[in-house]
Write a protein that binds this ligand. Sequence first.
Ligand SMILES: [Zn+2]
Length: 340
Amino acid sequence: MIASQSRIWTPLDFERDGKFVDYLRLPHSTDRSAYGCIQIPIVCIKNAIGPTALLIAGNHGDEYEGQIALMNLARRLTPREISGRVIVLPSANFPAVKAARRVSPVDAGNLNRSFPGSATGTPTEMIAHYISTVLLPMSDIAIDLHSGGLSLDYVRCAIIRPGRTSEEHQELLELLRVFGAPISFVDSSQGGGGGGGATTLNAVARSLGVPTITTELGGGATVSPAGVQLAEHGITRVLKHIGIAPNLAGEERAGTEFMDYAGRDSSIYADADGIFEPAALVGQEVFEGDLAGRLYYIDDPTREPMELRFRKSGRVECRRFPSLTARGDCLYTLMLPTVV
Ligand SMILES: [Zn+2]
């Protein structure tokens, strides 16, 4: 028989009123710990009857604004302030978070390329499966907080996948307006940087009919204070909007600007190994033919660096963060204003 029930378990009772801090136990048998488990922190805050919000960060381990925002929220939010349930998973791929890496050091698993996951798969696949089969089905809304991580600097934005019906789509657009990131995207392409497709959390949430927002809050494996603030204010506004915490104090929404990914042919990739000297900032408007940066040949110090020029006009959506670059690395993607 194929096991479809998660092997991850927790003593936490999601149906009990109150605030509970516990761990998901992921069985992980190793040389040094035959009956050991990976313990993934989880917080459940519940009061009375109302909708459930699932808040996730640490899907990629080296993206920090969301992790901080969710720890702040989990510490501050009390059951008295809510009607419904808030489930907080601040470090979803816990081994990746502990290792300060995008992917898990245990199985090289990229959690946001592992959905819907597998009950009997690797630890990362088991986490994806638990979220897909236990946490998302309990939820009326999900927010999955990402940033650019070690290799990218990202414009602060929130992203939805297109709704399956026009009603669902309008509801999702309204969530983007309520969340109030400076930039909002409707990602109708592949998702996850052009390669994620159906393997992302957002894609599985969509198939389950759970309205979901993902974000990019900064990058470079550092912490953008503006990114943390956006996550905290955006989540507060969403919790108020869906009626879980109607009286929570929070900032008024700011306007958001809808943008579209400008397409693969506007992105710039490194055509050689070298040190990347960027010439444009994230969010900056650039024009076709503008200098995008230079690549310096470290083995050949007197050789003229390679000049890279933008092939389309647009605004910089994200930019490579580390300087040392290999052929094939993505250096820039661009975005363009759109009407929704
Ligand atoms: Zn991410």
